[in-house]
Design a protein around this ligand. Structure first.
Ligand code: NI
Length: 227
């Protein structure tokens, strides 16, 4: 099953005659992302050969190429966690970083409110916050951060290479913004919420800025499915 956004994107991509509308969708997503992360997003590979934000967003919106896959990370309690640990749960994944001034806190707040709205049905949902800033986001720092949002929110960090791998697998763009002075830097990043089914397979995404109600709407029907 795909969500409405993914279906829209696939339909938009179906014919060459609709290229213009597809481009508009990508531009709109970029605009939203830029607005949300509060910084310009480079249009084409300015990050050492990694795909550009536009390329990643376009691929995600069009459903081009696989999304998701295995990961091997460390949780905020210092325990090793792999994707296999979450089979049987509907997993919501958000990539961000704890020093993010406003967007990440807003998204995590929306996820937390959605969990509360789901009540006991939400026990089958596992929300994951994967940091794209493993240098500063140590497990203990992540523990302080996520527990201030929701007791069931689990944060994951890991080696740079492991973070880069899982982020690319989910077509997440992230790069340090502007000049960095020691430990004081911001990170531009895309902010989709990913839905992963009980079988570990990617199901779709919610766009940045989704409300708690929209998250509940996307999650609730999937909880009833046996998969
Ligand atoms: Ni952020």
């Amino acid at each position: 099953m795909m969500n409405a956004h993914e279906l829209d994107a696939r339909q938009a991509a179906r014919s060459d005659g609709e290229t213009a509308s597809r481009r508009r969708r990508v531009s709109a997503a970029l605009a939203v992302t830029c607005m949300l992360i509060g910084a310009p997003v480079p249009a084409r590979g300015e990050d050492g050969g990694n795909p550009s934000a536009a390329a990643l967003i376009e691929a995600l919106l069009e459903g081009r190429g696989p999304v998701g896959g295995p990961f091997d990370l460390i949780d905020h309690g210092g325990r090793r966690r792999t994707d296999a640990d979450f089979r049987g749960k509907l997993v919501l994944i958000y990539f961000g970083y704890t020093h993010c001034p406003d967007v990440c806190p807003t998204e995590l707040q929306a996820l937390s409110l959605a969990l509360d709205m789901l009540g006991t049905a939400g026990d089958a949902v596992q929300p994951l916050f994967i940091t794209i800033d493993p240098e500063r986001d140590t497990p203990s720092h992540l523990a302080d951060y996520v527990t201030s949002f929701h007791p069931r929110l689990l944060a994951l960090t890991g080696q740079d290479s492991a973070i880069r791998k899982v982020a690319l697998a989910y077509k997440v763009y992230y790069a340090r913004a502007g000049t960095t002075r020691g430990d004081d830097y911001a990170i531009d990043h895309t902010g989709f919420v990913y839905l992963v089914g009980k079988d570990g397979r990617y199901r779709g995404f919610l766009p940045p800025g989704s409300s708690p109600e929209q998250i509940v709407e996307a999650v609730r029907p999937r909880l009833a499915q046996p998969e």
